[in-house]
Design a binder for this molecule. Sequence first.
Ligand SMILES: C[S@@+](CC[C@H](N)C(=O)[O-])C[C@H]1O[C@@H](n2cnc3c(N)ncnc32)[C@H](O)[C@@H]1O
Length: 431
Amino acid sequence: MASSPARRAAAALLDAVVTRHRPLEEALDSLPTDGKPHQVRQAGERRPGAAVSPRDKAAAHRIAATVLRRAGSLDAVLEPFLRRDPPPAVRHALRIGAAELLLLGTPAHAAVGSAVDLVPKPFAGLVNAVLRKLAAAGPAALEELDAERLDTPAWLWTAWHAAHGPAVRAIAAAHRQEAPLDLSLAPGAVPPEGGEALPTGSWRYPAGTRVTELAGFAEGQFWVQDAAAALPARLVAPRPGERILDLCAAPGGKTAQLAAAGASVVAVEREPKRAARLRENLARLKLAGELVEADATTWDGGGALFDAVLLDAPCTATGTIRRHPDVPYLKRPKDVPAMAELQRALLAAAAKRLAPGGRLVFATCSLQAEEGEAHRAALPGLGLAPDPIRPEEVPGLEDAITVDGALRTRPDLWGGQGGMDGFFVLRARRA
Ligand SMILES: C[S@@+](CC[C@H](N)C(=O)[O-])C[C@H]1O[C@@H](n2cnc3c(N)ncnc32)[C@H](O)[C@@H]1O
C-alpha cells in the first residue's frame, strides 16, 4: 500500500502532466529524492517538498500512471457525486482516491483518508463524502462503462477509427495495460532469466521488471527496446562493413542494432543532451559509431552517400501510450500535421544521402496515418521505389504488412503476450 509521501508525490505528478502539460518522466526526475531536498510544487500549492524515497517514487509513478490511463472512467464514476467541477488539486485527489479504491486494491479507509489529506481543509468533507460513496459501490462501478472511449481523447479515437477501423477499440483497450519490458540482446549474449523469446528476436520480461537489476546490464549484454521498435533496424538488414546512416538517432537503440550487426554507423542527433545519452549507451554496450550533433534536415555529410539510411523520425509518439500514458495529455491535434511536415523534410534529406541502389527505412512510433501511411506517396518524387517488406522478415507479424508492403504495428497486436508499440515502417530503394 502506498505511503502518504507517495500519494503527495502522485498528486504533484498529476499536477505537472494534467495541469501544466509537462512530460511524466521529467516530472518524476524533478521530484526531490532522498538526501536532495528541494522545492517541489504540490498539487494546488507551493511549499517545500519532503524528500521522496525510491520506493515512494515508484509507488507515486504507479498511482499517477493508473490515473492517467483511466482518468475518463474515474471521472465518470465520480461525476454522479459531484455538483460542480472541483478545482484541479481536488480533482487530482479524487482521481487518486478512486483509482486506489477501484483499480489498485487499497483498503477503503486508507484510500479515503489519504485522499482527504491531499486537499485543503474546505474540501476535506467533499472528498470524504464522495469517496465513501464510491467505496460502497466498489469496483462494480466501473463495469458498465465504455472504458475504451472514456479513456481515449475524442480526437485520437476519431483519427484511429479513420486509420485502423474497428481495431480502434482494441487499441484503446491495450492502453489500459502497463507494457512489459522488452530487450534487444548483444550478439552472443545470454538472455537474463525469466524472459520469453519473441518470434522477431526480442526478449520479453514482465511489466515492472527493473532492467538495471537484470544480470548482464552493467556488462552491456542488452538494451531496452520495445519489440516493435526493434523492427525498423532489422528491416534495414544491415551487413558487416556496410556504411549506414542513422538519422534522428538518440537514445540509440537502433544505432546499437546496426553497430552490433557489424555496420559502420554514422548517427545524427540534434539535441545535445540526447546525443550525450546515445554516447553513454554505446559506451555501456561497447559498440562503436560516429556521432554527429546536427540537424538532419540540413546535414549533408560533406556529400557522403550511404548503403542504407534509417530514419526514425520524431513524431507525436501516439504508438507508445502503453509506456507513456502522459502522451494524450501532452499532444494536440495540431501537432500531427506539424510533425508530418518535419517528417517530410527529413525524408527528403534522407533520400539525398542514399547511394544508387541504397535502402531507406523510414519509421515513426505514431498511430496517426498522416505520420505513417501518408508518406508513401512522397517516394516517387524523391527518386525512390518501394521495397516491400516480406512476411518471412517479420515472423508472427505477417498480418501487420499492409497491402502496399509497409509494416503497421499496433498496441493490440500480440495482445495475449503484452502487446507492442504502434510503429509504421516503410522501406524503399534508390533506383
Ligand atoms: C524517435 S526519436 C529516435 C529514437 C532512436 N532512433 C532510437 O532508436 O533510440 C527521434 C529523435 O530525433 C531527434 N530529432 C528531432 N528532430 C531532429 C532533427 N531535425 N535532426 C536530428 N535529430 C532530430 C530527437 O531529438 C529524438 O532524439
